[in-house]
Design a protein around this ligand. Structure first.
Ligand SMILES: Nc1ncnc2c1ncn2[C@@H]1O[C@H](COP(=O)(O)OP(=O)(O)OP(=O)(O)O)[C@@H](O)[C@H]1O
Ligand SMILES: [Mg+2]
Length: 387
């Protein structure tokens, strides 16, 4: 999956149009380092025109010896003999004018040919994980947690993440992220058999924090026309292009949710500390067990875990027969962040709720506890890559 690096989101969006559909954008060389640490199969880094030239050349130098299978292409607005000479010396594979998207596409193509020659064609496929956020109860925080978990997994561009709103009638992921999608899953209705990764790519909306979103239809009645086969096909294709596909669901075992659960690798089950919710979550867990879904990969998230209602986490674990993976307390900051359109993991990364949600993300990725950014923070202009 090629990666484009530029601090200007408009430049990233433009350069991505000249790259393969699976290409990803990040806003800094620091996020590039985090991305490369997660993606040992990366073959192309396109460094955009708004990066400082010395920083871009430092990246070339670092990759020349650290990751020789990665082709580095520089897109610059002014190319002279001096820039070319320095770029070649630093190990850049190509230098192209940033406004010449044909030249960018040709450079990307050459990089891919080299990659295939070095690794063989089978090296190009990948298989991301599907993470479903589920609860049989409404209003317990599924959307809030799905959005924040997706952003935590994306880690500002270190991983490619798609958030899918499968609450097809009343989904509010788009509004939570203040997105105005031009396409939704509705535009794929009837194309189950013709769907491919490129077509699914056109259904997605890009969020500024390096997250792609497949929004729910704008009209509730469209839900009736979204078949389980379509949901399964879309998820299978997304899995090929993304590291993580995070799914927000409706509070019921409806058909789209069941199709998603069938594809699920990790299931985050949300409960709150009230008896009706716990009763329903218990029934839901029994149903998941009966269907053999995510056995050994179910993670209990206790939301509003501070309410003084006479039930503590110990009692919850005893009732549900599942240990609590993460607790998030009731906090006005969560609701305020949602209302402001900046989910708490982005708006207040040091907030205890953000720490808890990032902890869950770490549990899902199986990474060591320390975030990649801290391990990889570049010293001066040095560019280090965790191998
Ligand atoms: N820990 C929390 N502290 C404070 N407010 C919270 C917390 N978790 C969620 N909320 C708020 O509760 C409301 C409901 O949350 P959310 O929409 O995420 O629930 P949901 O389970 O997706 O609901 P639905 O079933 O209707 O889709 C939102 O306004 C959200 O900001
Ligand atoms: Mg919701």
């Amino acid at each position: 999956m090629p990666v484009v690096v530029d601090p200007d989101p408009t430049a990233v969006a433009e350069l991505l149009t000249a790259m393969p559909d699976s290409a990803h954008g990040v806003d800094s060389t620091e996020r590039l380092a985090a991305w490369l640490a997660e993606h040992t199969e990366e073959y192309l880094v396109l460094l955009g025109p708004h990066l400082d030239l010395d920083d871009a050349l430092a990246v070339c130098e670092g990759l020349r010896t650290g990751r020789p299978t990665v082709s580095v292409v520089l897109a610059r607005d002014a190319i002279d003999a001096g820039v070319l000479g320095r770029a070649m010396k630093a190990g850049a594979r190509d230098v192209v004018p940033d406004h010449d998207l044909d030249a960018v596409a040709a450079a990307a193509n050459r990089a891919h040919q080299l990659y295939v020659a070095l690794r063989g064609p089978s090296g190009a496929t990948q298989h991301g994980k599907v993470v479903t956020v589920f609860s049989p109860k409404g209003g317990v925080g599924k959307t809030t947690m799905a959005v924040n978990l997706a952003l935590a997994l994306a880690d500002r561009g270190a991983r490619r993440v798609c958030l899918v709103d499968l609450d097809l009638a009343f989904g509010d992921v788009a509004i939570t992220l203040q997105l105005f999608p031009s396409h939704t899953i509705e535009h794929a209705i009837g194309s189950e058999d013709a769907l491919d990764a490129a077509l699914v790519g056109t259904l997605l909306t890009r969020h500024q924090d390096a997250l792609m979103v497949l929004a729910a239809p704008s009209q509730p009645d469209v839900r009736e026309r979204v078949t389980p086969a379509l949901v399964s096909r879309v998820l299978a294709l997304l899995r090929e292009s993304f590291d993580y596909v995070v799914i927000d669901t409706a509070p019921a075992f409806d058909e789209p949710t069941l199709a998603a659960l069938d594809e699920t690798d990790e299931c985050v089950v949300i409960a709150t500390l009230d008896v009706p919710t716990l009763k329903n979550v218990r029934v839901a867990l029994e149903t998941l067990e009966m269907l053999g879904i995510a056995r050994g990969h179910r993670h209990l998230l206790l939301n509003r875990a501070d309410d003084a209602v006479g039930i503590g986490p110990d009692k919850v674990e005893a009732i549900l027969g599942l240990s609590v993976a993460t607790q998030v307390a009731t906090s006005i900051d969560i609701a305020a962040s949602t209302n402001a359109g900046t989910p708490i993991v982005v708006g207040k990364p040091d907030h205890p709720s953000s720490t808890a949600i990032r902890g869950l993300a770490t549990r899902l990725t199986g990474d060591p506890a320390e975030p990649a950014a801290e391990q990889l923070a570049p010293a001066g202009r040095r560019f280090r890559i965790r191998r």
